[in-house]
Design a protein around this ligand. Structure first.
Ligand SMILES: Cc1cc2nc3c(=O)[nH]c(=O)nc-3n(C[C@H](O)[C@H](O)[C@H](O)COP(=O)(O)O)c2cc1C
Length: 348
């Protein structure tokens, strides 16, 4: 098991859409953590090129992350929202695709990496068996005990427990506005529920930005912590300048489907406030429809129309090389655990 051999219990979250780079993955791996490469939004050919670049930068093992495709959304369910956005924005084609799923799975079977992780759903037992046959571990991201049971039944080796605090898209197997009436589980609650529901190692993710946060996740039973937002300001990250600057402010975050048609946590801005109430579930169609307006806003430095994905502790993200950050977090974790152990617990 990869998690049994890490020098530090820190996993780099895959961050598609720019931040994830071979350099960032390699830097975390070289510092003793587990680096992951995001392959979401990439073709199989581009994924292969990034795997090659990562191998050139480190001999350490690393993982690759894929988006599990869901069903297409009927055009009628998107029409009102597209008309609302189209009134004052240039939109792209609201198309459906599977994010090159079959070709990327074939690539990872032909040219295996240490672990393949998944979000937005669970691969089939047959797909997981193909990855096991070539020696890869399979990590599935879950947000609730029911999803954990599905992943375990399909053959997942590790569960990534994503709490509500997490930046970026929710990993939920199904994204339904009808479920919004129920609060998503916070990380500490989720870890305790998963420890009882599923006999698999847990990787905790969501809102962890310090060694104290990592220590808390370990104490709650996780084998490691997966951190995303805290790496966004590292020089090795491909974070765009608007995003890089925005996360330094103390702006609150919110869950929204406004940018992509799938629930995600980002910094509150004008676009999100104006459109969250009306945005339907419709991923990836809405993602493609808003792509031109987001690109234009990034180019213009207009933070009000960019999807500024960030977890709840984004203001703690330092500007530091990723290797230094991993080493600092590891030292802080040790101190936090020692401090916790020194608390008086009087019992029989
Ligand atoms: C900018 C950004 C992009 C993300 N992209 C992905 C992704 O491609 N695949 C994935 O499984 N998770 C993705 N996530 C979610 C992370 O895996 C993780 O759940 C989250 O970063 C944890 O919360 P934190 O950001 O507070 O550390 C992304 C998160 C962010 C902030």
């Amino acid at each position: 098991m990869i998690l049994d051999h890490l020098d530090v219990p820190i996993v780099l979250a895959p961050m598609a859409g720019g931040p994830s780079t071979p350099e960032l993955t390699a830097a975390v791996a070289e510092a003793g953590g587990f680096g992951q490469l995001a392959a979401g939004y990439l073709s199989a050919a581009d994924t292969a090129a990034r795997i090659t670049a990562t191998r050139a930068a480190t001999a350490e093992p690393f993982g690759v992350n894929l988006f599990v495709p869901g069903p297409a959304t009927p055009a009628a369910d998107l029409a009102d929202y597209l008309a609302e956005l189209g009134a004052d924005h240039e939109l792209g084609d609201a198309r459906f695709d599977t994010d090159d799923w079959d070709a990327k799975l074939d690539l990872l079977v032909a040219d295996p990496v240490a672990a393949v992780s998944f979000t937005f759903g669970c691969p089939s037992a047959a797909e997981i068996a193909r990855l096991h046959a070539v020696g890869s571990e399979v990590w599935v991201t879950v947000t609730a005990p029911g999803e954990a049971r599905v992943a375990v039944d399909a053959g997942a080796d590790v569960l990534i427990a994503q709490g509500a605090e997490a930046g970026g898209h929710r990993a939920s197997f199904v994204d339904r506005p009808a479920d919004d009436a129920t609060d998503p589980l916070g990380l500490l609650a989720l870890l305790q529920l998963l420890a009882a529901a599923a006999d698999r190692p847990l990787v905790a993710t969501g809102g962890i930005a310090t060694g104290a946060g990592i220590a808390a996740a370990l104490a709650a039973g996780a084998a490691a912590a997966q951190l995303g937002t805290v790496f966004l300001r590292c020089p090795e990250a491909g974070t765009n300048p608007v995003h890089r600057t925005a996360i330094t402010a103390d702006t609150p975050t919110m869950l929204t489907r406004a940018f992509t048609g799938r629930r995600a946590r980002g910094l509150r801005n004008r676009f999100l406030l104006e459109h969250t109430a009306t945005a339907p579930a419709g991923y990836p169609e809405i993602h493609y429809a808003t792509a031109p307006l987001r690109a234009a806003a990034r180019a213009a430095g207009n933070a009000d129309e960019v999807n500024l994905w960030a977890g709840q502790t984004h203001a703690l993200a330092p500007e530091a090389p990723a290797g230094d950050l991993v080493r600092t977090l590891a030292a802080e974790t040790k101190t936090a655990l020692e401090k916790a152990l020194s608390r008086r617990i009087q019992c029989c």
